[in-house]
Design a protein around this ligand. Structure first.
Ligand code: FES
Ligand SMILES: [Fe+2]
Length: 368
C-alpha cells in the first residue's frame, strides 16, 4: 500500500486512539511527502529577530529543508529569500551580520538586500543574459518578540495566523517575550524520526518513570498536570510540587524562585517546542528537523529575563539538558522498535496522551 493510500486508514486508526503507522517513522517515501506537504509550507523558527533589527542586517538559517536568509532592507522592510544562489546553488549568506549586498562566495554573483541580482561577473559576455531574471527566490518571514520565523511558501498565511493565541498563553506564564535576552544555542542530533521526538515531548505519561528528578520538581500526577490543545499548537501545564518550593525534598534539581510559577511546555505545529521552566524568567525554543527517516537534527535557543543571574540560568539549562538526555535514550529505543516493522500501530492512552493524537491528526491532515 502506498503512503497516500494508507492516509485514510491512518486517519481511522488515529481517531480510534492508535498511533500513526509505524512505517511512517521509517519510510523514506514519507520523508519526501512530509517535505512537500509539511515543511515546504509551514512556519519555522530560524533565529533571533534582534539580529535583523537594523537596515542591512541579515540572518541565515533553515526553514525545514530549505536554506533561508532574512534581510532588513535599507527601507526598513524585513524580507526573506531562499538562501540558494540562482547561479549553481551555493549557499549565499552564512551566519548573521550586516552587509550592503549579499555576495555568493562561489563566483561572486551579488544580490541587493531586496534579493535582486546586481552583478554576475562576465555575464556581459553572454548574449541575452538578463540580471532581472535571476533574483533570489522569495520566502515569507515574520517575527514574534525575539523570534524570527520563515516559511518557504511565499504565499503562506501570515505568522500570526499560525500562532493563534499562543502568544497569550506564553504571556500567561509570566514570561514577557519582549523582555527576553538570548543566552545560548545548543545544537543536537538524535537517531530517531522527528515525529518520535515530538510525540515523546507531547506526553508526560513517561515522566515519573523516565524523569525521576524532573518529577520531584514538577507535579506529573494526571490530576494536576494539564493538557490543552488549540488548532495549531498544544500546551502542557505542570505545577511545581510544594515540596520543591521549600527545598525540603531530597533530589530536586533546583529550588525554583517564584517568577514563573509552573512549567509550561508548548508545541507549535509542525516541529517547534517552547519550554518555560518554573523559576527565573526563562524560555527555550527548540526546532526538530528531519534528517532522513531515522534521524533528527535540532537546535535549542535559550533565553532568560534580563535580571537572571548566570548561576540561575545554568541551573535551568542543566535541568533541561538532563531531561533532554533522558529523552534521547527513549526516542532512540522507540525508533529501533518502530523500524522493526513488527508492531504496526501503538495504542494511545488518550487521557494522558491526547496531545499525541492531536499531533497525529495534524500530520494526517497535512499529508492527505
Ligand atoms: S553558485 Fe553562486 S556565484 Fe556561482
Ligand atoms: Fe521526556
Amino acid at each position: 500500500m502506498s503512503v497516500l493510500e494508507s492516509v485514510a486508514t491512518a486517519r481511522e486508526a488515529v481517531e480510534a486512539g492508535y498511533t500513526l503507522p509505524a512505517a511512517w517513522y521509517a519510510d523514506p517515501a514519507v520523508v519526501e511527502l512530509e517535505r512537500s506537504r509539511i515543511f515546504a509550507r509551514s512556519w519555522q523558527y530560524v533565529g533571533r529577530s534582534g539580529d535583523v533589527a537594523e537596515p542591512g542586517q541579515f540572518v541565515s538559517g533553515m526553514a525545514g529543508h530549505v536554506p533561508v536568509v532574512a534581510v532588513r532592507g535599507r527601507d526598513g522592510e524585513l524580507r526573506g529569500f531562499v538562501n540558494v544562489c540562482r547561479h549553481r546553488g551555493h549557499i549565499v549568506a552564512s551566519g548573521c551580520g550586516r552587509r550592503e549586498t549579499l555576495q555568493c562566495p562561489y563566483h561572486a554573483w551579488t544580490y541587493g538586500l531586496d534579493g535582486s541580482l546586481r552583478k554576475a561577473p562576465r555575464s556581459e559576455r553572454e548574449p541575452g543574459f538578463d540580471l532581472g531574471e535571476w533574483s533570489l527566490l522569495p520566502v515569507a518571514v515574520g517575527t514574534w518578540g525575539p523570534f524570527l520565523f520563515a516559511n518557504p511558501d511565499p504565499a503562506a498565511a501570515p505568522l500570526v495566523d499560525a500562532l493563534g493565541d499562543l502568544p497569550d498563553v506564553v504571556a500567561g506564564s509570566g514570561v514577557d517575550v519582549g523582555d527576553l535576552r538570548f543566552r545560548e544555542r545548543r545544537e543536537w542530533t538524535a537517531a530517531a524520526n522527528w515525529k518520535v521526538g515530538i510525540e515523546n515531548y507531547l506526553e508526560c505519561y513517561h515522566c515519573s518513570v523516565a524523569h525521576p528528578s524532573f518529577s520531584k520538581l514538577i507535579d506529573v500526577d494526571p490530576d494536576q498536570y494539564q493538557l490543552r490543545t488549540a488548532p495549531t499548537y498544544s500546551v502542557q501545564l505542570g505545577p511545581i510540587r510544594e515540596t520543591a518550593l521549600t527545598g525540603e525534598r531530597r533530589g530536586i534539581p533546583y529550588v525554583p524562585s517564584r517568577d514563573v510559577a509552573r512549567a509550561q511546555y508548548h508545541f507549535l505545529w509542525p516541529n517547534i517546542t517552547i519550554n518555560i521552566e518554573p523559576g527565573p524568567i526563562n524560555l527555550g525554543i527548540d526546532v526538530w528537523l528531519p534528517d532522513g527517516a531515522g534521524a533528527t537534527v535540532g537546535y535549542s535557543d535559550q533565553f532568560f529575563g534580563p535580571d537572571v543571574t548566570e548561576d540561575q540560568a545554568r541551573e535551568v539549562m542543566e535541568f533541561g539538558q538532563q531531561v533532554a538526555d533522558e529523552d534521547t535514550d527513549l526516542v532512540i529505543s522507540v525508533q529501533r522498535g518502530l523500524s522493526s516493522g513488527m508492531v504496526p500501530h501503538g495504542r494511545l492512552l488518550l487521557s494522558s496522551e491526547g496531545l499525541i493524537q492531536h499531533f497525529a491528526r495534524l500530520v494526517v491532515d497535512a499529508l492527505e
